[in-house]
Design a protein around this ligand. Structure first.
Ligand SMILES: Cc1cc2nc3c(=O)[nH]c(=O)nc-3n(C[C@H](O)[C@H](O)[C@H](O)COP(=O)(O)O)c2cc1C
Length: 199
């Protein structure tokens, strides 16, 4: 399948098949692909939390607004969180990163309002979401990106420290009767003329 075939095939799944398990090797491959996500200056300000435990997933589902049902149905929920305690993240930068990266980031931190720096870190997570969406369909898996989650409740449920959830990705196999399946609801996008400029 070409990259275009995959882009045409992927859709945001609204109902999952609860009887079909994801092979473990596909989940492991998704972890590794997310780890390889590129980021500005290679800052990697993320944590990807893979939740398959049904009891924990049910608690998260209850803290996910209109996304509750699909999270309960999907076998896997991946939570994308950004470094939120910048002093804790500085320790990662100081201990794990090459000097050039460490110095660049430290200089940015010293010269930028904290709110702007945090926004820049958050943007990096959206690159990982794009990677995760493409990787899922390439692995033959359906998925749903979801900003509709209650971050504070997620932090409590997961006992998360120093990171803040931004959004989540449900992953599994779409139900045959999902109203959002591509065969039922064709892709809706603006035309190439509207969004592509050729110079
Ligand atoms: C960042 C982001 C957040 C989204 N949040 C939700 C969400 O909370 N719940 C949901 O059902 N769909 C959510 N979506 C799915 C979008 O509505 C969907 O991608 C868009 O309508 C295009 O449809 P398609 O993904 O089927 O091509 C989100 C998508 C993105 C990229």
């Amino acid at each position: 399948m070409t990259i275009l075939d995959l882009a045409q095939k992927r859709y945001s799944t609204k109902k999952y098949n609860t009887n079909r398990a994801i092979p473990e090797e596909k989940i492991e491959e998704l972890k590794e692909v997310l780890r390889l996500t590129p980021s500005s200056i290679n800052i990697q300000p993320w944590k990807f939390t893979f939740v398959q435990n049904p009891a924990v997933k049910a608690k998260l589902a209850a803290a996910s607004l209109h996304n509750e049902e699909k999270i309960k149905q999907a076998e896997l929920l991946v939570i994308f969180s950004v470094a939120d305690d910048l002093d804790v993240f500085q320790k990662v930068v100081d201990s794990e990163y090459v000097p050039a990266l460490r110095d660049w980031y430290t200089n940015m931190r010293a010269n930028m309002p904290e709110a702007d720096l945090k926004l820049w870190l958050e943007k990096q997570l959206y690159i990982a979401l794009g990677v995760g969406l493409s990787a899922s369909i390439a692995l033959g898996l359906d998925s749903t990106p979801m900003e509709g989650i209650e971050a504070d409740k997620y932090i409590n449920i997961l006992d998360m420290k120093a990171y803040k959830p931004l959004f989540a990705l449900a992953v599994g196999y779409g139900a045959e009767d999902d109203f959002n399946r591509i065969e039922v609801k064709p892709k809706s996008r603006r035309s190439q003329e509207d969004v592509i400029e050729n110079i």
